[in-house]
Design a protein around this ligand. Structure first.
Ligand code: FE2
Ligand code: FE2
Length: 242
């Protein structure tokens, strides 16, 4: 009996998913939710740009490399701005600024205190893992224009996550205590941001459970790469359960 190759199975799954599960991109409920989700993404990319530039001021030796990452974030921002325009949606930037305000405030506090570990954790681990999870889920249900743009962006975000994890890995001995503390303060914010966005995300056919799963995969993979033990990782991840 002929058997299906893995790639064929993947293609079949892809086809059945896209034919049955794509939202109506022209519906007013879709556009309304998109005005907030799109704004969050645009604001997130702007924050990421500003954060990498700011981290560069704390490590002048890496400033050029960080500038490169920052420039990629601005390119992402322009791409997602085009996605909103393509659907005829105006992003609700006031909502998005408020959405990021707690995390933004914590990053600024850490920056002012020269706490590089906290800055890296917030931007290069938590925000990047959050972006990766959202983009991976979105790609499955996006309109063709946005899908193409998001596929390009998500590859860059893995590079950024990797950059942060490499820095934390090579400074692990001196940064572990601050890493735990910063994680305890900021991981719950990611969880509550996900809760806040859940109903709009579901309008875009993005499932909350799936978003959380994708986030935990990216987050835990990076903690493994940083070199934490299973017990330390469990301690980190359990900060989300509050
Ligand atoms: Fe980005
Ligand atoms: Fe990024």
């Amino acid at each position: 009996m002929p058997t299906l190759q893995l790639t064929e199975v993947a293609e079949l799954k892809d086809q059945s998913f896209s034919s049955t599960d794509l939202p109506d991109f022209t519906a007013s409920a879709y556009k309304d939710a998109y005005s907030r989700i799109n704004a969050i993404v645009i604001e997130g990319e702007q924050e990421a740009h500003d954060n990498y530039m700011a981290i560069g001021t704390l490590i002048p030796g890496q400033a050029e490399e960080l500038k490169k990452l920052a420039r990629m974030e601005l390119k992402h921002m322009r791409g997602f701005t085009a996605c909103g325009k393509n659907l005829g949606v105006a992003p609700d930037m006031v909502f998005a600024k408020e959405f990021f305000s707690s995390l933004h405030g914590n990053f600024q506090k850490a920056l002012a205190a020269g706490k590089l570990t906290t800055c890296f954790l917030i931007q290069a681990i938590l925000i990047e893992a959050f972006a990766i999870s959202a983009y991976n889920v979105y790609i499955r249900v996006a309109d063709p224009f946005a899908k193409k743009i998001t596929e390009g962006v998500v590859q860059d975000e893995y590079l950024h996550l990797n950059y942060g994890q490499e820095w934390l890995k090579s400074n692990l001995d001196s940064c572990k205590d601050e890493l735990f503390k910063a994680n305890k303060e900021n991981l719950p914010l990611i969880k509550s941001m996900l809760d806040q966005v859940a109903s709009d995300a579901s309008e875009l056919h993005m499932d909350k459970e799936e978003l959380m799963e994708e986030f935990m995969i990216a987050y835990q993979d990076s903690l493994t790469e940083i070199g934490l033990t299973n017990r330390e990782m469990a301690r980190m991840a359990s900060a989300a359960v509050v």
